[in-house]
Ligand binder design. Sequence first.
Ligand SMILES: Nc1ncnc2c1ncn2[C@@H]1O[C@H](COP(=O)(O)OP(=O)(O)OP(=O)(O)O)[C@@H](O)[C@H]1O
Ligand SMILES: [Mg+2]
Length: 240
Amino acid sequence: MIKVENVSFSYDKKNTIISNINFSINDGETVGLIGANGAGKSTILKLLVGLELNTQGEITIDDLKVQKDNLTKIRQKIGYVFQDPDNQLFMPTVYEDVAFAPKNYKFSPEEVHKRTIESLQKVGIEELKDKPIFQLSGGQKKLVTIATVLSMEPDILIFDEPTIALDPKNRRKFIYLVQALKGTKIIASHDLDLIYDTCSKVILIANGKIIAQGQTKTILEDKDLLENNGLELPLSLSKR
Ligand SMILES: Nc1ncnc2c1ncn2[C@@H]1O[C@H](COP(=O)(O)OP(=O)(O)OP(=O)(O)O)[C@@H](O)[C@H]1O
Ligand SMILES: [Mg+2]
C-alpha cells in the first residue's frame, strides 16, 4: 500500500510546488494522476520513489518510509517510466538497456535474456533489440523505457505520460498491456481516454493541491470540474 500523508514540497525552499496532499493507493489498484501542465504530477511521482527527499509530511510504500536508508528496498518494488526517456536510457543499445536491471540484480544469464526478450515482445519492439538508442524515434524510446521497467516485474509500476509519443496502434497496445499487468499502477497523463480505460481511481491536481479524488467515472465525466482545472472531457465522452 502507498500512503501519502500531509506532504508538502518545494524544489527551492521558496515556491511551494506540492502543498499538503493526502492520498492512499491499495495493492492492485490502477490510479490516474491528472492535471494541467505544471500542476505537479511528475513531482509527486518523483517524491514517491525518493528522487526528491526534502519533503514535509510522510510517504510510505508498504510500510517503508521514503527516506534515504530505505531507497534501495523501495526502488526494488517500483518500476518508474520517466516522462522524458532521455533521462532514463543510458546504455548503448536497446537490448543492453532492458537487460541492465535484471543483470544488475544478478539473475542468471539465461534469466536475464528471457526477461529482456519477453519485455521487448510485450511492447512489440523485439526487432529493435540491437539498435543504438540514439537512432531511435521518440516513440520507440518511450517503448524501450516501458520495457526496461517490465523486465524486473515490479510490484508497483509508475508511468509518467506513457502514451505521449506513441502512435494510435502502440497506444492501444499499451492500454491492453496495462490492463493485463498485475500489481499496483500509477499513471500520470493528459491522455484522459487512457486514464478512463485503465484506472479505477483518479486524483486531480491543480497548483500542487489535490482538487478531487475518487472513482474514475465520477471525476472524468465531470465536465465543469475538468474545465475549471485546465482539462477537457475525454474524447470518447465529448463525442457522445
Ligand atoms: N527541477 C525543478 N526545479 C524547480 N522547479 C521545478 C523543477 N521541476 C519542476 N519544477 C516546477 O514544479 C512545478 C510542477 O512541475 P511538474 O513537472 O511536477 O508538473 P507536471 O504536472 O508533471 O506538468 P506536465 O503536465 O507539463 O508534465 C512546475 O511549476 C515546474 O516549473
Ligand atoms: Mg509531468
